[in-house]
Design a protein around this ligand. Structure first.
Ligand SMILES: [Zn+2]
Ligand SMILES: [Zn+2]
Ligand SMILES: [Zn+2]
Length: 138
């Protein structure tokens, strides 16, 4: 059994060939990817299958969604043990205005945010915009 197969089994996901390829592709990226980037890469694959694969990954906390303000939802792999909980797992994201890469700042957790009583927070999205380390070197 290869490593990706094990990973997917660990998430209780049946490791189909397509799921393994998509997982590998996302893992290799140094930044968050949109569904259309995945579709372009797997141009011969059925779009519905790709969409469902991402939905499954999301439901099982393999990946999390990122809204970086560009209007295109992006996905990135979750850190090991992540359950995408507001209190423990949500972190900052960085969107580079030069190369438009969006990356996870996993070490930078979102500070506790207290909402008024009667309100229920379900998701928090904090995006820092600026110039990434790669672009800053140029
Ligand atoms: Zn997560
Ligand atoms: Zn950049
Ligand atoms: Zn992230």
């Amino acid at each position: 059994m290869n490593q990706i197969e094990q990973q997917l089994e660990h998430f209780n996901i049946r490791p189909t060939a397509m799921r393994m390829l998509v997982y590998q592709f996302i893992e290799q990226q140094q930044k968050a990817v949109s569904l259309s980037v995945i579709e372009d890469y797997f141009e011969k694959a059925d779009r519905t299958t790709l969409y469902r694969t991402m939905k499954t990954f999301e439901e099982k906390a393999v990946v999390h969604q990122i809204d970086d303000g560009t209007g295109v939802t992006k996905y990135a792999l979750c850190a090991p043990g992540c359950v995408c909980a507001i209190e423990s797992d949500l972190h900052l994201h960085f969107h580079c205005t030069v190369c438009s890469a969006t990356t996870c700042l996993t070490e930078h957790k979102i500070p506790k945010i207290k909402v008024p009583s009667g309100y229920l927070a379900e998701n928090i999205n904090l995006v820092v915009k600026g110039i990434c380390d790669q672009c800053n070197l140029r």
